[in-house]
Every structure is written in C-alpha cells, then in structure tokens.
Design a protein around this ligand. Structure first.
Ligand SMILES: Nc1ncnc2c1ncn2[C@@H]1O[C@H](COP(=O)(O)OP(=O)(O)OP(=O)(O)O)[C@@H](O)[C@H]1O
Length: 502
C-alpha cells in the first residue's frame, strides 16, 4: 500500500534521512524505531508533506505520488498525529475535528452532518468524547482521541502516529493499542513511531529500524526479541540492570511539611509531608493527574502553596520565586519540556545557560560573554551527546524531541544544586538515552545530591528509587522501602486501594 524509496533529506550539513526505503502492507501495524534524532519524524513528515525530500519517491498502491503539502497527503488518505498535538485550545472538540474540512453556508458552519459522521466514527471504534467540550478542558489522552478522530474524519487509510503513547497513562496506552488494532483489522496501514519496545511487541507486525539517518533493517516483530531490536537500534547491547549500593542514611536536603494547595472546589494537594536526604532517590509513583504536576510546581516556585512549609538544607524556601529557589540549589527537569524547559527560538547554547546567563561566569562588562557561553555549551553537548544540525547555534525548535530533553538534563545536572527534581526525565527518549539518564541519576545519588523522581513509569521508579511514595488524589498514601515493595502493591495503592502509610 505504501512504498517510500531512496528517501534522502538534509538540513544544512546534517543528513536526517540517508537513502531510506520504507514499505508497509495493507492492514499492517508497522513500527518505526530509532534513537533520538535518527530521522523517524523527518521520514514521516516527508510522507505527510511537511518536508520535501531532496531525493526519492513515494508510491501509494503502486502509483507514484507527489506530496508537496499536508493537503496533498490528505488527498492520498494519509493522516498524521504529531508528537505535540496541533489543536486549537479554545475551540470545541467538534470544531477541531472539522477544522480544515468544514462545510459552511452564508458564513455559518454547517455542523449537523459533521456531528453525525463524527458520532458514527466514535461508535465504530468505541471512543467516547464530549463533542462540545473545549480542548483546554480535556486530558492529554482525550486530546489524542480528538486528533485520531480528525484523521478518520478525513477518511485516512495510512495513519501515522508520532510517539503516541509518550504522554499516556498505562490504561490509556492499552486502550490506544486496541484502537489501532481495530484500524489494522480494517485494512488500514498504521505507522507507529515509538521508543517503547514492549508496545511494538504487543501491537506491531513489522518494525523498521533507523540509525543516524540510515535504514538498518526491517524485522518481523514476532520472531525478533526486544533485546535484538534495541541492539539494532543503538548498535550495541543495552545494559538492563543498574548497580546500586545500599542507601546510607544522610542529612536531609528537602523537608516538606503539611504542604496544601487548595483549588476552586477541592484540595489539590492535601497535607503532604516527606523528606529527601543526600544520596537518596525518592520516587513518587502515581497515576497521571493525582497532584504530581501541582506538587512539582509548588516545589519549584511556579505555584504558590496555600499552607505548609518547604525547607531546603534547613532554610525556609516556601514562598521564594523560581529564580531564588533555583539559586538555593533546586534543579528541575520539567514534565513539559516546551512550556517550562526551553525557549524554542533560542539557540542550544542559550538554552544551556538559561538559568545562569546573568551570573559572573557568563558576563563581561554587563553583557553576556558568548565566548564563555559557547565554550560551556560545546562541553555539555559533547558530554551528553546532544545532536543537532548546526551544533550549539541550532535553534532548539528544530532539534528532535529526545535531543531537546537531553539539553534540559545536561543543563540541570551540570548547574550547582543540592536537589534534583526529575519529572518524567526519560519521556520520549530511546533506550540508549534512557540508560544514560538513569546512570546520571544514580551518579547524582553517588555525589550525595538528593533526587526526587516523579514518573508514570513504574519500572523506572522501582529500578532507581531507594524509597517510594505513592500519591493518590493529592495525598501521599504509601511510603515504601523500594527493595521490599512489589509492582502489584504499588499498583493497588496507586488506584486508591491502599491503607495510609504502611
Ligand atoms: N527543520 C529542521 N531543521 C534543522 N534540523 C532538523 C529539522 N528537523 C529535524 N532536524 C534534525 O534532523 C535530525 C532527525 O530529526 P528527527 O526529528 O527526524 O528525529 P527522530 O528520529 O524523530 O528523533 P526523536 O526520537 O528524538 O523525536 C535531528 O538531528 C534533528 O535535529
């Protein structure tokens, strides 16, 4: 059904796709796997008409096609759900779905027919959404459904998903995988860009692996182990277990006492108390939406708390702003890298000194000393293997998602700090990069920093933490020694089935 032949695309000196062939059959779920920056999004953006290939051809059902814009792609029944959704926040679900293919009369939208079509699609694929809700009031999982329905509304037969599960909870992931299986049963082609090997195993039949812009192999998923796929992707075997010596009790870095945050109608965070010590990784496990985002915002100064106390190294920092908290020794890897982690139109070098440019290390005669900034940025790029088209002068917006994340991690780890708050630090990263980040977090522990790790990936929490707290509906409902707890017990507490503080 789809054939991409000899696709080549460069950005300046960087060859993002290097003579890549990609073929998908009718009814196939075909995974596209590769390290961060391997060229997956670029290849699919060429298919979707966002980029033009420098070289190569695309065939659909044997016919050569010329896709210059996303409108051409729609004509050939190709749809794409991007890594970062492209919805209008203040429009309703229905308005977003029909946007671009709307029917109007005398300047007024005709929505009756559209509504019926959307309802039929939702019924067919067992999806539920309030069509009159505004996008801004939906969860990320629901927003993704809007994107999916939008593709189906345009009758797409080739459906491309760019890291669709990176932002979903485990329950939503299962639901998503069963939805795409429904599409393949109907004869549609589903192309799944993902870093999660277990999802590839669960859903895909074929997997094409890219490395540094080149196609390495297309493998049959059933007969290829996840270890083998990971190895093909990074070019070496992946470390699976982490060496970690026992945690030795040490002085407290962070002390939180009865932290409470009241929302309009209810308490979002309710009397949260816990501490993090030097050389300790404290993990916070929980299902998305139980107060994790707000807790991190309160700790980092993005939100003012209603009552309670936050101490860092025994100094009261409760009501300090972001910069002051930062200067007191908090580093923060945020959940949403675009909103809180980066200035997308600044260069990589500028982003690497976002919290430090005004300090004397990077100033000369009251101006930013770019020579020093650039030197520092070069060192970090090399150390953390941050890849981009034009080196440290690349605008961060054009970097791959994984490399953007690496830039944040490099910046936060390298600045002087006592506590690292890492919120979903490996989101969207490939297995090789995850291994690197996990080792970095353990290195922090070894260097006697305190680490607060908040993640929706239970494996990550269990593998790295010394102590695990469970957050449920804004309260800490469990406090466990990581060596003694099982995923089942944590799962039970995470869904509200536990008793307070074991
Ligand atoms: N518009 C652009 N301008 C300059 N460089 C770009 C542009 N788009 C992509 N690149 C570069 O091309 C390379 C491939 O990027 P791409 O987004 O395709 O990678 P990816 O495999 O999807 O990575 P990830 O898993 O991190 O999302 C990266 O090094 C990226 O920085």
């Amino acid at each position: 059904m789809l054939e991409m032949k000899n696709i080549t695309k460069s950005f300046g000196p960087l060859v993002a796709n290097n003579h890549v062939d990609f073929t998908a059959k009718k009814g196939e779920i075909h995974a596209l796997l590769g390290e961060n920056g391997a060229g997956k999004s670029t290849l699919m953006s060429i298919l979707f008409g966002l980029y033009q290939a420098d070289l190569g051809d695309i065939f659909i059902n044997g016919q050569k096609v010329n896709i210059k814009t996303p409108n051409d792609a729609t004509k050939y029944k190709i749809g794409m759900v991007h890594q970062h959704f492209k919805l209008v926040d203040i429009f309703t679900v229905l308005e977003n779905i029909i946007l671009g293919s709307e029917d109007s009369k005398n300047g007024f939208l005709k929505t009756k027919k559209a509504r019926k079509k959307v309802e039929d699609i939702m019924e067919k694929y067992h999806m539920e959404l309030n069509l009159d809700a505004k996008i801004q009031d939906l969860t990320v999982g629901q927003q993704q459904k809007v994107e999916i329905i939008k593709m189906l509304y345009k009758d797409s037969d080739i459906l491309v998903f760019d890291e669709p599960t990176a932002v979903l909870t485990p329950q939503e992931i299962d639901e998503f995988l069963s939805i795409i299986k429904g599409f393949s049963n109907e004869g549609k082609v589903v192309i799944l860009i993902t870093h999660k090997l277990n999802e590839i195993k669960k859903a895909a039949q074929q997997c094409t692996i890219l490395r540094r812009g080149k196609k390495i192999a297309t493998v049959d998923v059933e007969t290829t182990s996840t270890d083998k796929m990971a190895e093909l992707m990074v070019g070496r075997p992946i470390q699976k277990n982490y060496d970690k010596n026992d945690y030795e009790k040490s002085e407290t870095v962070l002390q939180i006492d009865k932290l409470t945050l009241e929302g309009k109608h209810k308490k979002i965070l309710d009397q949260i108390s816990f501490s993090v010590s030097r050389g300790e990784i404290v993990g916070i496990a929980g299902i998305d939406g139980n107060g994790q985002t707000e807790l991190v915002r309160c700790l980092t100064g993005l939100t003012r708390i209603t009552s309670g106390k936050i101490e860092l190294n025994s100094i009261d920092i409760t009501n300090l702003n972001v910069r002051r908290k930062n200067e007191h020794g908090i580093s923060h890897i945020p959940e949403d890298r675009h909103k809180f982690g980066l200035v997308l139109d600044f260069s990589l070098a500028e982003n690497l000194v976002l919290e430090r440019y005004y300090q004397k290390d990077f100033q000369k005669y009251g101006l930013i000393d770019y020579k020093k900034v650039n030197q520092y940025a070069e060192t970090l790029s090399e150390k953390y293997d941050i890849r981009s088209a034009y080196g440290i002068s690349t605008k961060v917006r054009s970097m791959s998602g994984g490399n953007q994340q690496k830039a944040i991690i490099a910046r936060e780890i390298e600045k002087d700090h006592d506590l690292l708050i890492a919120f979903q630090p490996t989101r969207g990263l490939d297995v090789g990069a995850i291994e690197m980040i996990h080792n970095e977090l353990l290195e922090q522990r070894k260097n006697k920093k305190g680490v607060l790790l908040i993640s929706y990936e239970l494996d990550e929490i269990i593998n790295l933490s010394d102590r695990i707290l469970v957050i449920y509906e804004g309260r800490i409902v469990g406090n466990f020694d990581a060596k003694k707890v099982t995923p089942e017990i944590l799962g039970c507490y995470m869904s509200g089935g536990g008793v307070k503080n074991e």
